[in-house]
Every structure is written in structure tokens, then in C-alpha cells.
Design a protein around this ligand. Structure first.
Ligand SMILES: [Zn+2]
Length: 263
């Protein structure tokens, strides 16, 4: 399963942005400029349609907007080209994974602590992954391979699968719950910290705007149970769980949902 981490190292990327600017390696928020013959500073860019490899990724935190990701581009011979935003590449890095994050310490409310039903379960290794909206999200290592089996099968049929939430830390769940309790704008119903399926690593919020009729949703409705995924929450068409036993039972019953899921 470990080979699903650092996915970007095993493929090449095509530049699709016509203005793919290189960044200063010491300050990735700044562009590299070169003076032209007239002494004007020009941005240095990677030409559109160039195909590059990426040997390193760094993230720069921007506060509430989450991190921006930058990749270090090299040519086919490994010669350095420079740092640029991963948004400049075809696919924008959606579903690319970064280096595994093994548990650090034993804090039951720490970043790697998995919970279920209000009880601490264990410390899990996490794999950072780029979400459908280019957020940096996390998956529990055990679910990474099944998720990519589903992603690849969908891609083979022209369907893009991406996620908007995966594994959540205690802190993230607390923030979502507090926002929900205080009816803050942008916050949906959320479980109490320790009680969300997103905290034991089996829940995936898949980007399926509108639910039924959305090409990704319709593909999942037909195919997801084959990969061990099924819908488990009423009125949340985006919320799928990796639960091979329940998924198989649902498939045998000719459905892709738990019985309690009506809409
Ligand atoms: Zn969810």
C-alpha cells in the first residue's frame, strides 16, 4: 500500500497554463524574473505543453484558504527546471498523494488519532492527497489502495472522482461541529468530535454536486460496491464509506446504500 504515497514521482505532467511562472526556491510566493535586453524584468515560465517530471513537492500555508502546492519540475534527464504551482499542470494535481505521515506520539486527540463511536481506536498512518477543489486532505493508509482502484476504474470510463473530505483529525471535526452548532455560514450538519466516520478513516466525501444525475454519482451508484464503497448517510449523496462487508451485502441486495439511506 505504501507505493500509493508520493504518486507524483511516478508520472510526468503536461503544462497547460500558458503562463506557468517559475517561483523563487527560497520564497515560493515570489516569481523568478530575468531582465530582458531592454532591462525590463520578465517572468520566467515553463512553456505550455512542455512535459516535465516532478521530484519534490512543497506546500505553503495561506491560512484560511489552505495550503498552495508547488512542484519542482525537472526535464526527462533529471535536469532542474524550477519550482511552479501544481495548478499549472494538466489535472491540477487532483488525487496526487504526498509522503506518508506516520503517527507521532500517543496523543489521543493528535493528528493521527482515529476515533469511532466516541472512543479512541488507534494511531493511523495518513497519506496526504489533493482534493477535488485542490485542498490538501488526508486518507488513512489502509483505504488508499481501494480508493485508487475505484478512481482508476472510473477514469478508464472517462469519469473523474475526487474528494472534498477524507480522514479528519479531532481538531478538524471539533471545528466543523462548533461551526454547525453555532449555525455559522458554510457549515453543514457535523457529528460530535470522536463520533464522525471521517475520524476512523473509512469515510470519503466524494465531489458529486447535485447527487443523482451527476456523472460521477451515477457511476458510483453502479460501480462503487465492487470496490468496497457504499452510501451510508441519508440526504448526503457525497458521503461514501469504505466498508467491504456492507458493500458486498448491498451489492447482493441490488443496491449501493444502507437501508436507512432513503434519499
Ligand atoms: Zn462525510
Amino acid at each position: 500500500m505504501a507505493d500509493e504515497a508520493n504518486s507524483f514521482r511516478r508520472r510526468s505532467f503536461k503544462v497547460i497554463d500558458p503562463d506557468a511562472r517559475l517561483r523563487d526556491q527560497d520564497n515560493l510566493m515570489a516569481y523568478v524574473r530575468n531582465p530582458d535586453a531592454h532591462g525590463n524584468n520578465q517572468f520566467r515560465t515553463i512553456p505550455k505543453d512542455a512535459v516535465v517530471n516532478i521530484d519534490q513537492v512543497r506546500s505553503v500555508n495561506r491560512g484560511v484558504d489552505g495550503p498552495l502546492l508547488f512542484g519542482h519540475a525537472v526535464d526527462a534527464n533529471g535536469n532542474p527546471i524550477g519550482w511552479t504551482s501544481t495548478r499549472n499542470f494538466e489535472g491540477k494535481f487532483v488525487n496526487e498523494t504526498l509522503a506518508e505521515m506516520p503517527p507521532e506520539g500517543t496523543d489521543k486527540k493528535g493528528a493521527n488519532a482515529a476515533w469511532a463511536g466516541g472512543k479512541f481506536l488507534r494511531q493511523v498512518t495518513l497519506v496526504p492527497i489533493v482534493g477535488a477543489r485542490l485542498q490538501l486532505l488526508y486518507l488513512a493508509l489502509d483505504t488508499v489502495t481501494p480508493y485508487f482502484e475505484l478512481v482508476r476504474a472510473a477514469a478508464a470510463e472517462g469519469v473523474t472522482v475526487g474528494i472534498n473530505s477524507g480522514f479528519r483529525t479531532w481538531r478538524e471535526q471539533k471545528q466543523l461541529y462548533d461551526g454547525y452548532k453555532r449555525s455559522l455560514p458554510g457549515y453543514n450538519m457535523a457529528a460530535e468530535p470522536g463520533r464522525s466516520k471521517h475520524q476512523n478513516g473509512i469515510a470519503f466525501d466524494i465531489d458529486v454536486p447535485g447527487g443523482a444525475g451527476n456523472p460521477c454519482y451515477d457511476w458510483l451508484a453502479i460501480n462503487a460496491t465492487r470496490f468496497g464503497f457504499l452510501r451510508t448517510v441519508n440526504k448526503e449523496p457525497w458521503h461514501w464509506e469504505y466498508d467491504p462487508v456492507q458493500a458486498q451485502a448491498a451489492q447482493a441486495a441490488g443496491t449501493f446504500k444502507l437501508e436507512r439511506v432513503l434519499i
